[in-house]
Design a protein around this ligand. Sequence first.
Ligand SMILES: [Zn+2]
Ligand SMILES: [Zn+2]
Length: 313
Amino acid sequence: MTRVFGALAFVALMVTPASAQRRFTEQQRCTPAQRDVGCLIVLGSGMPVPDPDRAGPAYAFVFRDQVLLFDAGAGVMRRAAAAGLPIDGFTSVFLTHLHSDHTLGLPDVLLTTWVMGRRRAMSVHGPVGTDRLTAGILSAWAEDIDVRTQGLERGQPGGQAAQVQIIPGHGGVVHDTLGVRVSAIPVPHGEWKAAFAFVIETPSRRVVLSGDAAPNETLVQAARGADVLVHETYPAVRLRPENRPGGDAWPAYMRSVHTSDQEVGALAAKAGVKQVVLSHIVRMGGTDAELRAGVRRGGFRGPLAIARDLDVY
Ligand SMILES: [Zn+2]
Ligand SMILES: [Zn+2]
């Protein structure tokens, strides 16, 4: 059975043009009309606590034939497959910052896309340190790469590579190709030297991903009039000192590193965004109702959603 399947897979690869990407087309999340204006798929709405229903933070933005990946949390390639995206590589990868929950899936992104047929380096945009991260991943998997390229698997040498482009601390346009432009916006996130939000623009849509960020005016300006703002958050009403070593500093930590639901509501109202999507939520027991009430208290009156994996916006 395995031999037959292997032979069929081999024939399929032989007749597939080198440029064609492998898709699970029957499971596409975005309609052709959505892809034509720009379609955001939540691949992972989770946070560091492993939750079987929520993969680690990752979002795909599909515009015509381009598939841009933002962050690479744990589970990213399973969710990409579930979303019907190409499993042999993304057009480009963008990292908001290098916290492990946002990058645990990067080995999966680099190695699985290669095993699934990627032939050339994939561009990875990220903050300072991204080059060290990708080099470290490829070095950690050196034995695997040797076996796959030198053995009968006939792995394409170099297909696992990343072409890293370090985003300067002041941000700026990091991708501007065939109608989709991505700009990195520096945001404050605790002690990180560089952390970014991303603004994604097509001729007809503007989508903003907050990344991990404390409240900041730069993001308000960048999000002005956006069609969709995806923002990280926590329920303000649940924030209190925790009964554990260091737990008394928890509220101060959260306030300096993340944005409460009420603060999301305030900044979305100020920026005049059309829709808010809460994702990457540190819940601390908070309910959807509490989060919604928090955003409303902040002053945002427009459409408000709480992201689930594979939701489309
Ligand atoms: Zn995070
Ligand atoms: Zn973070």
